[in-house]
Design a protein around this ligand. Structure first.
Ligand SMILES: [Zn+2]
Length: 477
C-alpha cells in the first residue's frame, strides 16, 4: 500500500509554531509508522496559500492518484488539502473513482458514511468561511480543538473557558453543579431536579429556566471528571474536574437505571434547543413538545416547537413568536443551500495549444529539480534550511514562468463548474435529513451558536399554521 502525503504551508504559516514543513513531515511520518504503513511519498507545496489554485505538487499527486499509484491520501489537517467546499467534493469524488481513500492525521472522518461525508463538508464549509473572513491566519477547526483539550462550543454550566479555549472551573456555578449531583444521588428525577434547581439561586447560562435536557446533558458530560468527549472519542485529563472517573461512572449508572422506566425524559430531542433567537425581542426561544391523538385513527402525534417565553410573559394578549421544528429544519436547509450557491467560484483554466510549449518545458524542468530536492530532503540527505533555500531559489523563477503561462491561457468557466457548484448546494440538503434527531441535535449544538429568524408571513391571531419563516443568519461558534 502506498501513501501519498500532501504537505502545504503558506508563507504566513511558516512562522507559526507547529506548521513548519519539518513539523508536519515528522508528525505525518510518525502517523504512518503508527498505522503500519511503510511505503509513503511526500508532496510538498511550500509558500502556497490554501486558496491558491497553483499548487504544482498537489497536481502531481492528483496525477499519481489518477494513475492509481497511491492508495491513501494523507494530510495533516483537512485545510492543508483545500478550504473550498466545492474543491473538496471534486477531490473526494476523484479519489473514489481511483480507489484512493482519504485520511487526516489529526481529524476523524469516515467518508464512507453519510454522516462522515456530512461532517467533512461542514468542517470544510467552516474552514472556507473562516478563510474568507480571517484570511490566512485562520483559526483551528473544531475537531482539532477537542484533540488539544480545547472546548469549541459554549462552555457547560460550572465551567468557563479562557482565550485559549481551555476549560476552568467557575467557582460560583460549580456549587450549583455539585448540588445537582447531590440531588441526583439522593434520588431526584430530572423532572424534579429541574423544578428544584429553579427554586435555587443558580440560573442557567442562557434563559431563565432549568430544562431537563440541559441537566441530563450536564450530568452525562465527562467534563465533570476532567475529560472531553467528541463523537466516540474521549480525551481525559484536559482540565480540572469535580469528581473522579469512578464517581462519574457511578453517577451514570444511577441515571441509566432510572431512565429505564423514565424513557420519555431522554427521548425529548430538541434539535435547536437554545439556538433560536426570537425575531421580536432577541431572547432565546424555549423548546416545547405537544402531543395529541389524531381524530381519524387515534394515533398519537408528537411535535416539537420553539416559543419565546419572554414575549409570552410580557405581552399576554398578543401571539408570542412560535415556530415548528420541522419548519426550522426546512428553513435551515434553504439557508445552507443559499450560502453554498453564493460561495465564490474560481475560474477553471483550460489547456490550449498556443506557443507555450517552451515555457511548459522549462516549468517541467524546474518541477523535477524541486522534486529532487524534496526527495533528498525526505531521505534526510539535506537539512531543512538547505531545502528551504533551494526551494526559495527556484520558486521565483517558477512563479515567473507560471504567470507567463497564465497569460497564454484563457480562463473559461466551464459547464462542469456550475454542475459541481449545484452538487455542493445539495450536499447539505441530501445529508442532513438522513441524520436521526440525536445526530441532528449533536450537529447543531456542536457548530451553531444561534439562528436568526425572519418572519416572512405572519398569521393573524394565535395560530401559526400559515406562518412562513426564513433564516436570515446563522452564527457559528
Ligand atoms: Zn420574544
Amino acid at each position: 500500500m502506498t501513501v501519498g502525503i500532501y504537505i502545504r504551508v503558506s508563507t504566513d504559516e511558516q512562522v507559526q509554531e507547529g506548521y513548519s514543513i519539518s513539523a508536519q513531515r515528522e508528525r505525518l511520518k510518525a502517523f504512518c509508522v503508527a498505522q503500519g504503513w511503510s511505503d509513503f511519498k511526500f508532496y510538498v507545496d511550500e509558500g502556497i496559500s490554501g486558496r491558491s489554485t497553483k499548487r504544482p505538487q498537489f497536481q502531481k499527486l492528483m496525477n499519481d492518484i489518477e494513475s492509481e499509484l497511491i492508495d491513501v491520501l494523507l494530510v495533516y489537517r483537512l485545510d492543508r488539502l483545500t478550504r473550498s467546499v466545492r474543491d473538496l467534493h471534486n477531490i473526494l469524488d476523484f479519489l473514489d473513482s481511483h480507489k484512493c481513500t482519504f485520511r487526516s492525521a489529526t481529524e476523524i472522518y469516515d467518508t464512507a458514511t453519510a454522516m462522515g461525508r456530512m461532517f467533512i463538508t461542514i468542517v470544510a464549509a467552516i474552514a472556507e468561511w473562516e478563510s474568507a473572513n480571517l484570511g490566512e491566519r485562520v483559526r483551528m477547526g473544531q475537531i482539532e480543538k477537542a484533540r488539544q483539550g480545547k472546548w469549541a462550543a459554549q462552555p457547560p454550566y460550572g465551567f468557563n473557558k479562557d482565550e485559549n479555549h481551555q476549560l476552568h472551573i467557575d467557582e460560583y456555578e460549580i456549587k450549583g453543579v455539585k448540588l445537582m449531583v447531590q440531588k441526583v444521588r439522593e434520588g431526584l428525577s430530572f423532572r424534579q431536579l429541574s423544578i428544584y434547581m429553579g427554586s435555587t439561586e443558580y440560573k442557567p447560562k442562557r434563559g431563565y429556566k432549568w430544562h431537563i435536557r440541559t441537566l441530563l446533558d450536564l450530568m452525562h458530560n465527562p467534563v465533570l471528571y476532567g475529560a472531553m468527549r467528541w463523537k466516540d472519542d474521549l480525551y481525559e485529563g484536559t482540565h480540572e474536574g469535580i469528581m473522579s472517573k469512578k464517581e462519574f461512572d457511578q453517577l451514570q449508572k444511577i441515571i441509566t437505571s432510572r431512565q429505564n422506566y423514565k424513557k420519555r425524559e431522554i427521548s425529548s430531542t430538541f434539535i435547536y434547543q437554545m439556538k433560536i433567537v426570537c425575531p421580536d425581542c432577541g431572547n432565546r426561544c424555549t423548546s416545547e413538545r405537544t402531543t395529541w391523538k389524531r381524530k381519524t385513527d387515534k394515533v398519537t402525534e408528537v411535535r416539537n416547537n420553539y416559543r419565546c417565553q419572554v414575549c409570552a410573559l410580557n405581552k399576554p394578549n398578543e401571539a408570542a413568536f412560535r415556530v415548528r421544528e420541522i419548519a426550522l429544519t426546512d428553513a435551515l436547509l434553504n439557508y445552507m443551500q443559499a450560502v453554498s450557491v453564493a460561495a465564490p467560484t474560481a475560474p477553471i483554466k483550460v489547456e490550449n495549444d498556443d506557443p507555450s510549449i517552451e515555457i511548459k518545458k522549462e516549468i517541467k524542468r524546474i518541477e523535477s529539480q524541486r522534486e529532487k530536492y524534496q526527495r533528498a530532503w525526505a531521505s534526510d540527505l539535506i537539512t531543512d534550511e538547505e531545502f528551504k533555500s533551494r526551494m526559495d531559489d527556484s520558486r521565483l523563477r517558477y512563479s515567473e514562468l507560471q504567470s507567463q503561462l497564465e497569460q497564454t491561457d484563457t480562463p473559461v468557466k466551464s459547464e462542469n463548474d456550475l454542475i459541481a457548484l449545484k452538487k455542493t448546494a445539495h450536499q447539505f440538503k441530501d445529508n442532513f435529513p438522513e441524520l436521526n434527531d440525536e445526530e441532528k441535535r449533536a450537529f447543531v449544538q456542536m457548530f451553531i451558536e444561534s439562528i436568526q429568524i425572519d418572519v416572512v408571513e405572519r398569521p393573524k391571531g394565535k395560530g401559526f399554521r400559515n406562518q412562513r419563516i426564513e433564516i436570515s443568519d446563522v452564527k457559528l461558534y
